[in-house]
Design a protein around this ligand. Structure first.
Ligand code: GLN
Length: 488
C-alpha cells in the first residue's frame, strides 16, 4: 500500500483497522519530504519532533480503543501565515524570518484538539500577495506536474505539497483566490468557505474583509471533513459566526437532498457569460465547457446568467485589498515584530521604522502598501476607496440577484493553466489578471471550491463551483457527485 497516496477518509479507515500506525505514516511523509522537497520547495519549515510525538500519542489512543476524530493521527501541513505556537511563522517574508508564534491560531487549536499531526509550514507568496509562489521571500515553489511551471499562489506550498503527496491535506488562506487558483494549477481540491464561517484569529492579516482560511485536499469529501472541524464561531474573531450549515431544523431541504443521492434533476446551475470572454485560454474554455455538459448530462438545468459588474472586480479588489494591506502591514515597524534595523544602521526612531520596512519587505508588499496608502489618502479617499466599496456592493448584488433563480454557479477557476516560472513576474498587471475569476467571490464573501475537471496541454484545469452564502454543503454535494462522475 502506498501510504502517501491515501485520502483523509482512507487514512482514517487504515488507522482504525490498524493496517498501519500514525507513527509509521508520519515517518513516510517526513522521509518523502526530506528526499523530494529540495527540488519542489513546498515547505519552509518542518516540525518532525512535534509530528512524531503527536503520532505516538494518537497511536496510544488507538491501542486503547478510544473514539477518534476523523482527522486524528493524520499528517497535514499549515500555510506559513497561520500561527502554530512555538513554531516559526514567516508569512513568506524576510521581515518575519525569525518570528516565533506565541499562540495557536483558532483553526490550529481545533485541529490539534482533533489529533491532527502537523508536519510543518508551507511556502507562500510574501504576506499572501501573489498568484505564482514566486513572491516568496525565500525561494519559489515548483508545480509537481511540471517543474518548469508555477504551482499558483499564494498558497503555493500547500497546493504543491498535496499534489506531490507530501501530506494528506493542507491549510491555505484565500483573499482573492489563493486557495482555489493554486488548487486549480496543481490539480487538487481547494475550498474557500463563506466569509465568517471560519475564524481568522491567528491568521497573519492581509486584507481583513476578504481573508478566509480553508482546506486544500485530494478529494471533495476530505475538504468537507476538514471544514467541519475548523468552522464555527470563535470569540476571538468577531466576524466569525456559528455555522448555519446542517441545521437540523432548517425548513428548506438542500436541492441535492431533495432528489436523492446521485441525482441532480432540477438543480439549477448558472453559467455567467462574463466568465467566458476574451483572455481566457481556449483550451481551458473547452475543458470547462465539457465539464458543464457533464453536469447537464447528470440532469442539472444549465442556464446562462449575467453578472454585469464582473469587469470591475479586479480594479475594485486591488483598491480595497491594497488599502487594507497598507493598514494591516503598518505593524511591521522594526519595533513590535520581526526584523529590525535597530542597532544595525538606524540612528533614530524614524530611521528604525523606515529602514526596517525598506530592508524587510519585498517588492510586492511595498507596491501594495504604496497603492493602498494613496487610495486612502485625504483627497483621494472618495475617488478610490469609497468608490471601490460602492462597486463591491454592486458585485455582491449581482450574485444576490442570481441566487434568487439558481442554486449554484459554475465557472473556470482560472483563465489559464499553470504558467512558466518567470513568465509573469516582471509584469504585475498580467499576474493580477490571473485572479479575474476568483476575486469577485471574495468581494461578495461567498463560498466556492475548485475541483479538477480535466487537463489542457498536459496541465490540470479547475472548475469553480460557487454557492450562496453558508451553503457549503450544497457545494460539497455537487462537487462530490461531479468528481465521481469524472472518475468513472
Ligand atoms: N493572487 C491574489 C493577490 O495577489 C490573491 C491573493 C490571496 O488570495 N491571498 O492578491
Amino acid at each position: 500500500m502506498e501510504l502517501h497516496k491515501l485520502t483523509i477518509k482512507e487514512t482514517y479507515e487504515g488507522l482504525k483497522k490498524k493496517k498501519f500506525s500514525s507513527l509509521e505514516l508520519t515517518r513516510v511523509f517526513l522521509e518523502k519530504i526530506e528526499k523530494e522537497d529540495k527540488k519542489l520547495g513546498a515547505f519552509i519549515n518542518l516540525s518532525p519532533e512535534i509530528a512524531l510525538n503527536t503520532a505516538k500519542r494518537i497511536d496510544e489512543k488507538i491501542e486503547n480503543g478510544e473514539d477518534l476524530s476523523p482527522l486524528a493521527g493524520i499528517p497535514m501541513a499549515v500555510k506559513d501565515n497561520i500561527l502554530v505556537e512555538g513554531e516559526r511563522c514567516t508569512a513568506g517574508s524576510k521581515i518575519l524570518e525569525n518570528y516565533t508564534a506565541v499562540y495557536d491560531a483558532c483553526v490550529v487549536e481545533r485541529l490539534k484538539k482533533a489529533g491532527a499531526v502537523i508536519l510543518g509550514k508551507t511556502n507562500m507568496d510574501e504576506f499572501a500577495m501573489g498568484s505564482s509562489g514566486e513572491n516568496s521571500g525565500f525561494f519559489p515553489t515548483k508545480n509537481p506536474h511540471n517543474e518548469s511551471r508555477v504551482p499558483g499562489g499564494s498558497s503555493s506550498g500547500s497546493a504543491a505539497a498535496v499534489a506531490a503527496s507530501f501530506t494528506v491535506y493542507a491549510l491555505g488562506s484565500d483573499t482573492g483566490g489563493s486557495i482555489r487558483q493554486p488548487a486549480s494549477f496543481c490539480g487538487v481540491v481547494g475550498f474557500k468557505p463563506t466569509y465568517g464561517a471560519v475564524s481568522r484569529f491567528g491568521l497573519i492579516a492581509m486584507a481583513s474583509s476578504l481573508d478566509q482560511i480553508g482546506p486544500i485536499t485530494k478529494t471533495v469529501d476530505d475538504a468537507r471533513t476538514v471544514f467541519n472541524v475548523i468552522k464555527g464561531k470563535d470569540q476571538m474573531d468577531s466576524t466569525s459566526v456559528e455555522s448555519k450549515i446542517q441545521n437540523p431544523k432548517s425548513p428548506a431541504p438542500e436541492p441535492l437532498a431533495r432528489y436523492g443521492a446521485g441525482k441532480i434533476q432540477n438543480l439549477r446551475i448558472g453559467v455567467p457569460r462574463e466568465y467566458f470572454v476574451k483572455g481566457i485560454d481556449s483550451k481551458v474554455e473547452n475543458v470547462v465547457k465539457k465539464a458543464i455538459d457533464k453536469a447537464r448530462e447528470l440532469g442539472a438545468k444549465i442556464e446562462e446568467i449575467s453578472l454585469p459588474h464582473t469587469e470591475y472586480a479586479i480594479a475594485c479588489y486591488y483598491i480595497i485589498m491594497s488599502s487594507e494591506v497598507s493598514a494591516n502591514l503598518a505593524r511591521y515597524d522594526g519595533i513590535k515584530f520581526g526584523y529590525s534595523a535597530f542597532s544595525k544602521n538606524a540612528h533614530n526612531l524614524l530611521d528604525v521604522y523606515l529602514k526596517s520596512r525598506q530592508e524587510g519587505f519585498g517588492d510586492e508588499p511595498k507596491r501594495r502598501i504604496m497603492l493602498g496608502t494613496y487610495a486612502l489618502s485625504a483627497g483621494y479617499y472618495e475617488a478610490y476607496y469609497l468608490r471601490a466599496q460602492k462597486v463591491r456592493s454592486l458585485i455582491k448584488k449581482d450574485f444576490e440577484e442570481s441566487f434568487k433563480k439558481i442554486d449554484l454557479i459554475l465557472t473556470p477557476t482560472c483563465p489559464t493553466t499553470a504558467f512558466r516560472l518567470g513568465e509573469k513576474i516582471k509584469d504585475p498587471l498580467s499576474m493580477y489578471l490571473s485572479d479575474v475569476f476568483t476575486v469577485p467571490i471574495n468581494l461578495a464573501g461567498l463560498p466556492a471550491v475548485s475541483v479538477s475537471c480535466g487537463k489542457a496541454g498536459g496541465l490540470p484545469v479547475g472548475l469553480q463551483v460557487i454557492g450562496p452564502w453558508f451553503k457549503e454543503e450544497r457545494i460539497f454535494d455537487f462537487a462530490k457527485l461531479f468528481e465521481q462522475t469524472l472518475n468513472l
